[in-house]
Design a protein. Structure first.
Length: 176
């Protein structure tokens, strides 16, 4: 193996290792582009809540974030309970191609110029699954008139899910 190929391989593997080490499940936080939670107020007591997770965030965690955020919105608006009117958890699968052996060869037809074009001859395809949960909720400021299986007490939801959600909140940086 030529030295330049060996160096390229080592650099590629180190880069992948660093990226993998820095990756963690989506923390419970407002969306920073695509991952996290966001909401839209549809009426004085009605909200649409959306939670998107990255490829390391399991389905159950995305569902927990959705209920937890609904409970937070309910209490912030002076409510005690909320009813989930519609709910959906969408599974999105994308595929990432990873090459392990770079090969360089001259190519032609690259915008009528000729220069070395790189490609990988040992490619593996990795599926990446992401979950996106959405719900419309109705906030109750007093006891719901018809409590049912999709009506939750906000304080109870926050208590039950706190240990699974709170540790994943971004921690404020310590000031010296």
């Amino acid at each position: 193996m030529p030295p330049s190929t060996a160096i390229a391989r080592v650099i590629g593997l180190l880069t992948l290792g660093l990226l993998a080490a820095c990756t963690q499940p989506t923390p419970y936080a407002p969306a920073d582009g695509s991952d996290g939670y966001r909401e839209q107020q549809l009426a004085p007591n009605r909200y649409r809540v959306i939670v998107s997770g990255n490829r390391l965030t399991p389905r159950e965690q995305v569902a927990d974030y959705l209920l937890y955020r609904a409970a937070e919105l309910t209490q912030a608006g002076g409510g005690t309970a909320f009813t989930v009117i519609t709910r959906d958890i969408e599974k999105r699968t994308s595929y990432r191609r990873i090459g392990t052996r770079p090969v360089y060869s001259p190519c032609t037809g690259c915008f009528d110029a000729c220069w070395p074009c790189g490609y990988f001859d040992d490619v593996t395809v990795h599926p990446e699954v992401r979950y996106r949960a959405s719900a419309e909720i109705l906030v109750h400021t007093d006891s719901p008139t018809r409590p049912g299986p999709d009506t939750y007490t906000a304080a109870e939801i926050r208590d039950r899910l706190a240990e699974r959600v709170e540790p994943l909140r971004p921690q404020p940086e310590a000031t010296p």
